[in-house]
Design a protein around this ligand. Structure first.
Ligand code: MN
Ligand code: MN
Length: 462
């Protein structure tokens, strides 16, 4: 090695592609992990389904529902399902909660099209559902792709009927778009205005029943099908949460199968990492907590969002079992706000700042801050916090990188980090870099998925 090269090696950053750094053992474990992650995605296309499947996985590993006042010992595994839409899980540590908990917080809601409370109508002898989009979507991406309907219908008598329509070979649903032959004027509109929200109407049927001359015969046919399957009438839509999601199962991408395409990587890719890591640890020193939150995509509001007191209540209860003050626990805790970041995309290089963007296959992307413009809406972790995480990840042989979401002033984004930090919990953002984030089908790299799992495990065991 030349003397100059040596001097450079000593002082310069040597960020390398993860495939030049990953060991054989990790490489083998990565494939198995990603198969399980794909299963998780295919079982959970809504926050309700993710919450339910997460609980099933946890129970299979010995987790039990937490009951207030329960006596807790080191190694005990408990969870709370918050209204079936978010989950909080803990493995009790050998140290007192006064010394803090090590937390990962991810979200399991994803952008989608929700049905409006009065969704069903017939127009020109075709039946449609009106939708109201949830989260930040690019509306033009949701037309002309097969959709499934998932969610729940709550009846006045207290029963809650889970809904899954369009799975496997079942008929699916679709939103149509103009043909290019007649799309000239539409094509001149800006991308964001070409498909107005009120045109995101899902085609759900076209075959009339009954006698010619009657009105709404297609709508009646749809309602009869729904009644047959679920016993519901039109007014029951009022107390339903039905979500149209892409009818696509996860799949490997590339000749080398190094990537995964799926709906909902944001943020189930971090949610599963935090969950699986928690299921894989036995007796941590600090109590390890995994939060799978709802409502992040609309601001973490509401009773199942990260701003809800449900999390404080859960932690308060755990602290009570040890006679510890919640505020003392929080001030000594650490949280990895585990949420995806934007991966550098050479097709759209103009919105990225190459030196500070997350790159595919460079591992978990840590973000000291997120936000928009002058870091507005960001938690902006302290340098000491970043140093702590650097040490933990390096000691555990985790491949990671630093990341900003795009160029300064090109846009921005937020996570649950600020809401954890507001609780006086030391917090840092970190997650998997994603290509085409918030699209009906998003892409991530297997190496980055697996490294995020390793990172969560390292945090719990720190
Ligand atoms: Mn997210
Ligand atoms: Mn998002």
């Amino acid at each position: 090695m030349s003397e100059l090269k040596e001097r450079k090696e000593k002082l310069f950053s040597t960020m390398k592609n993860g495939y030049d750094r990953i060991g054989e053992v990790d490489l083998a474990a990565m494939e198995g992990y990603c198969r399980l992650y794909r299963d998780y995605l295919d079982h959970g296309k809504t926050e309700r389904e993710c919450a339910l499947y997460s609980v099933q996985l946890a129970e299979a590993q010995g987790f039990v529902p937490y009951r207030r006042g329960m006596k807790l010992c080191p190694g005990d595994k408990v969870y709370v399902s918050n209204r079936g839409k978010s989950v909080m899980l803990a493995v009790i540590g050998s140290k007192s909660l006064a010394e803090g908990a090590y937390i990962t917080a991810a979200h399991i809601d994803a952008p989608r099209l929700d049905l409006k409370p009065t969704p069903l109508y017939e127009e020109s002898e075709m039946a449609y559902f009106k939708t109201h989009y949830y989260g930040g979507i690019r509306k033009y991406q949701w037309v002309t792709i097969p959709l499934e309907l998932r969610g729940a219908i709550a009846l006045k008598d207290g029963r809650v009927i889970p809904v899954a329509l369009g799975e496997g070979d079942e008929p699916k649903f679709i939103i149509n778009d103009l043909l290019p032959h007649l799309g000239g004027e539409q094509g001149k509109r800006p991308l964001n205005e070409a498909i107005p929200a009120e045109t995101l109407n899902i085609l759900v049927g076209s075959c009339p029943v009954g006698e010619s001359g009657e009105s709404d015969r297609v709508k009646l046919h749809v309602m009869e099908k729904l009644h047959e399957k679920y016993g519901i009438v039109e007014d029951d839509f009022i107390s339903a949460e039905l979500e149209a999601v892409p009818a696509a199962m996860s799949c490997d991408i590339g000749f080398d199968a190094s990537l995964i395409a799926a709906y909902g990587h944001d943020d189930r890719v971090c949610g599963y990492a935090g969950l699986k890591a928690l299921l894989d640890i036995e007796a941590p020193a600090h109590t390890a907590v995994c939060v799978l939150a709802d409502k992040e995509e609309i601001g973490s509001m509401g009773v199942t969002g990260m701003q809800s007191a449900a999390f404080d209540t859960f932690m308060h209860d755990l602290c009570d079992s040890q006679g510890v003050l919640l505020r003392e626990c929080f001030e000594n805790s650490f949280c990895l706000s585990a949420d995806v970041t934007a991966a550098y995309d050479p097709n759209f290089a103009e919105v990225y700042e190459k030196r500070n963007s997350a790159r595919i296959n460079y591992g978990l992307g840590l973000s000291k801050y997120t936000g928009a413009r002058g870091k507005s809406g960001s938690s902006d972790a302290t340098a000491e916090t970043v140093a702590f995480v650097r040490r933990v990840l390096d000691d555990a042989d985790v491949i990671w990188q630093m990341a900003e979401l795009g160029k300064t002033d090109a846009g921005g984004g937020g996570t649950v980090a600020q809401f954890m930090a507001n609780r006086n919990i030391t917090t840092l953002d970190g997650g998997v870099p994603v290509l085409s984030m918030h699209a009906p089908v998003e892409t991530v790299s297997k190496l980055d998925c697996y490294m995020t799992y390793k990172a969560c495990k390292a945090i719990y065991e720190a």
